[in-house]
Design a protein around this ligand. Structure first.
Ligand SMILES: [Fe+2]
Length: 517
């Protein structure tokens, strides 16, 4: 049985009282100190000016262990993968932004089979009109006022801010708890499934993850984040990282076609942040996503995605196991000769090196044309659309929601060539799990105190910001699912239609959050 601790208009006061009394919350919070201070440049080796190189020798041993007994199957699998990429990439390049499936928010209860099939294959989507555009433009105005009223707000880069270290601004609070956004997240997360019917997860009960926001100015070339994957880097190979759930076992066994990127139960034990990286997401985030706050098209400081999903994942995970027999004629070239790319030129390393191309402990996974040559990752520019597998998302309007699978390679335009701001609120979609509830407990305390989300650079954050919202502002927007998503109200495990795993994860989450039944 669940006791609702936060009913009706007294919710804010009761939440505060509950939190101050909850031993569960105190324990989790004290066991998890803040990360060091920082900004988005700390999350990626390339933004910090670091060079990639071979890693600690233990990674060579790890690579050998991962594929032991499957060496021949792996070479065959790699050859099939390269053949498949040769077919798929030209198709993606020819479609460009049209390859990204779109749906209007009003249609999500009756999504077409075409949308469903394309979303499953591509892992990316645009949901149009999730929030009315005038509401979002009002939020953006309020955001600018919040920043102006608090000139101490940190941002990257310092001299010309594009990405703000803001987690609790009025716009973010309103967007995250908005009923339509929560409904859109539910819709997306139900594309995942669990092989274990009793797994402790509920995709229909989103939990918030307090990410940042971007307000990119025309002409900016500093927030030039090349192709990368969130959710850790080395951790994807580590036995104590994604190996805890065997997420990529099919790929290590040489059966990449059988790898299912939508299976959720294997992700529950994953540790995606083994090195306390600044900005490394430690929640299980099924999709990263953002809500557009501006009308923005390709090349206007926006997002590019790689819609190969399972093929791209298999490629960047297997790339460190293979090396070319003969180097490229021109290693710096934007395109490579056939002889270099041919499967005949690529062999399993023996002995294994300690390279994990683009991976650095505590930093995000990065990918480059030169380190991942079969993916055609050279970014398209207005003058050279090229044959890249990185495609722009279609033009968006304020209130559109864009999402991409947690393993999707993505990037932002190197330069913002548009004429107006390119602005988004990063709002990922996270299911309710026990681990996510533990994070919610820490994040809730950060919210109440105005500190940065615990995954990001620490410091005083917004604790002294004028006009910072509180619990009452979440109540105003969405006193039900919004409050629950913030960890401010108990989940109701008695609601109809729940499976056993859902009921149990709700009860366990309620305990973790201090809502004792
Ligand atoms: Fe990212």
């Amino acid at each position: 049985m669940v006791i609702r601790l936060l009913p009706g208009s007294r919710a804010a006061r009761l939440a505060q009282r509950c939190l101050s009394r909850s031993p569960a919350v105190r324990t989790v919070a004290t066991a998890s100190p803040q990360k060091k201070e920082g900004d988005i440049s700390d999350a990626f080796a390339s933004l910090s000016g670091l060079e990639f190189g071979p890693l600690d020798p233990r990674f060579a041993d790890l690579k050998s262990r991962l594929i032991k007994g499957h060496e021949d199957a792996l070479q065959d699998s790699w050859n099939r993968l390269l053949a498949s990429l040769r077919e798929e990439i030209p198709l993606i390049a020819s479609l460009g932004p049209k390859v990204v499936p779109e749906i209007d928010f009003k249609d999500i209860d009756n999504a077409s089979p075409e949308f469903r099939a394309e979303h499953r294959k591509r892992g990316v989507a645009v949901i149009r009109n999730v929030v009315p555009d005038q509401d979002v433009l009002d939020w953006k105005r309020g955001l600018r006022e919040y920043i102006a009223a608090n000139p101490q707000t940190k941002a990257f880069p310092k001299e010309n801010p594009q990405v703000y270290e803001l987690y609790w601004s009025p716009a973010q609070i309103k967007a995250r708890s908005h009923p339509n956004l929560i409904k859109a997240q539910r819709f997306l997360m139900e594309f995942w499934h669990s092989e274990d019917p009793n797994a402790l997860i509920s995709s229909s009960h989103p939990a918030i993850y307090a990410d940042r926001l971007r307000m990119r100015s025309p002409g900016d070339a500093r927030f030039a984040l090349g192709p990368h994957v969130d959710g850790g880097s080395c951790e994807r190979w580590e036995l104590e990282g994604y190996g805890r759930g065997g997420v990529y076992n099919k790929i290590w066994e040489g059966k990449w076609e059988e790898y299912d990127p939508w299976e959720s139960s294997c992700r529950l034990p994953v540790v995606s942040d083994m090195y306390q990286g600044v900005g490394a997401c430690s929640m299980f985030r099924m999709f990263q996503g953002w809500l557009a706050m501006s009308e923005t098209g390709p090349h206007e400081g926006t997002l590019l995605v790689n819609p190969l999903l399972s093929r791209a994942t298999a490629y960047f995970l297997l790339r460190p196991f293979f090396s070319p027999k003969k180097a490229a004629a021109d290693p710096a070239s934007e395109t490579y000769d056939e002889a270099f790319l041919s499967p005949n030129n690529w062999v399993l390393e023996d002995p294994a090196s300690s390279w994990l191309q683009g991976a650095t402990p505590s930093r995000g996974q990065e990918l480059r044309h030169h380190s991942h040559p079969h993916l055609n990752l050279s970014m398209p520019t207005p003058s050279n659309p090229g044959a890249s597998s990185m495609v722009h998302i279609p033009r968006v309007n304020p209130g559109d929601y864009v999402s991409w699978h947690c393993d999707t390679i993505h990037a932002v335009d190197g330069i913002h060539s548009g004429e107006t701001d390119s602005s988004v609120l990063y709002i990922p979609a996270c299911p309710l799990t026990v681990h996510n509830a533990e994070f919610l407990a820490r994040q809730r305390r950060a919210f109440l105190n105005g500190y940065p989300c615990p995954d990001f650079g620490g410091g005083v954050g917004e604790s002294r910001h004028a006009g910072r919202p509180g619990v009452q502002d979440v109540v105003k927007v969405n006193a039900g699912a919004g409050m629950q998503a913030f960890g401010l109200k108990a989940w109701n495990s008695d609601e109809g239609g729940l499976g056993q795993g859902q009921r149990e994860v709700m009860d366990r989450a309620n305990k973790v959050l201090g809502f004792y039944g």
